[in-house]
Write a protein that binds this ligand. Structure first.
Ligand code: ASP
Length: 343
């Protein structure tokens, strides 16, 4: 930061926000992100210096993968000393997965990393991209008494700032595309940009940023549905190389009481493969043992995901498996909040 003006790095990975409409063909096409200041001249009015960097081949967020999560983290690590706040632009479809994963990969983060994107491309007349981008930059640049107000990974969308690892994409149509059902939003943009200070993470500034890049690839999400049968479950849980499972259950963590089902789970856990119980509901969490229909999961040694989102759970599972912690310690580790992702 020179002359008290924060330095912000905009990282464009792809997605609708960086596209323009070709009004002749009506098709959406990516534009050269280095020209962002020409597309949004208002950026020059912001009280910060903005640098940009982009993936050489921007991707639709459906093509996002852990390889790209690590690439984003490495861009942040490389510029961490001289940049005061980061804004990461991705497509909205998998933004909650990416932003949650980054919250785990970036250990000891004490600067803002704000994800945003848009439902309509920047070149569209009714675009939501301008507001999302401009305010995300302001959030990343916001400081109080010389320190950044946000010291964690956030997601800013349609006037609200959320803790990234609490979010889920809930609409492919509404501008209000994200929700954080189990944690209050961190801030909102109205006439003023307000932060809800009591909900913000306070970083320990004595610790330096570390990247945890070792993410295990051999994990699955198994979503239950009425009628799921033994063949299907056996097939998924017996695939060679499986190392961890997110089990999406009904309501407060409930599942069929058939004997075959709990037997397969027990056998999987005996192979030292952790199974995490998360709810299919958007809000609330898992309370194993509350109903008879979750007792057998508890007895089989299934781990509680409490009120974590599936997007966060898969990233946390990959990260903890990557740490190669002893199997008997895994349950306690998973059930403990690492980055404010559950309570
Ligand atoms: N399909 C796009 C993506 O996720 C949608 C968006 O950008 O919002 O990359």
């Amino acid at each position: 930061m020179k002359n008290n003006v924060p330095d912000i790095l905009l990282i464009y990975t792809g997605g609708t926000i960086g596209m323009v409409k070709d009004y002749e063909s009506n098709a959406l096409k990516p534009f050269d992100f280095d020209n962002i200041k020409l597309k949004i001249p208002e950026l020059k009015l912001l009280d910060c210096r903005i640098e940009t960097t982009a993936f050489s081949n921007p991707i639709d967020s459906s093509d996002m993968s852990p390889k790209y999560w690590v690439m984003i983290a490495e861009i942040i690590e490389k510029r961490y000393q001289d940049i005061d706040g980061f804004v990461v632009l991705t497509g909205t479809d998998t933004m909650s997965y990416t932003a949650s994963a980054l919250s785990f990969i970036l250990e000891n983060l004490s600067k803002p990393v704000i994800f945003t994107g848009s439902q309509l491309p920047i070149g569209d007349l009714r675009t939501d991209a301008k507001e999302n981008l401009i305010t995300a930059i302001q959030v990343a640049a916001a400081r109080k008494n010389g320190v950044p107000i946000i010291q964690e990974v956030g997601l800013y969308f349609e006037y609200k700032l959320y803790r990234a690892n609490r979010t889920t994409k809930v609409s492919s149509e509404q501008f209000e595309a994200f929700e954080s059902a189990n944690y209050p939003h961190l801030g909102e943009s109205g006439v003023h940009l307000n932060f809800n200070e009591q909900w913000l993470h306070k970083a320990d500034n004595g610790l330096s940023l570390k990247l945890e890049k070792n993410l295990n690839a051999n994990v699955v999400i198994l979503k239950l549905f009425p009628g799921i049968n033994r063949n299907m479950v056996e097939h998924i849980l017996n695939f060679k190389g499986l190392e961890g499972v997110i089990l999406e259950t009904f309501g407060a963590g409930n599942a069929p009481t058939d004997r075959w089902f709990s037997d397969i789970l027990k056998k999987t856990i005996d192979r030292e493969i952790p199974i995490i119980n998360v709810t299919q509901c958007t809000s609330g969490g898992v309370l194993m043992g509350h109903y008879e229909t979750s007792m057998q999961l508890k007895e089989a040694g299934v781990i509680s995901g409490k009120n974590i989102t599936t997007e966060s759970a898969i990233a946390k599972l990959k990260l903890l498996l990557g740490r190669k912690i002893p199997f008997q310690d895994f349950k306690l580790k998973f059930e403990t909040s690492l980055r404010g992702e559950m309570d």
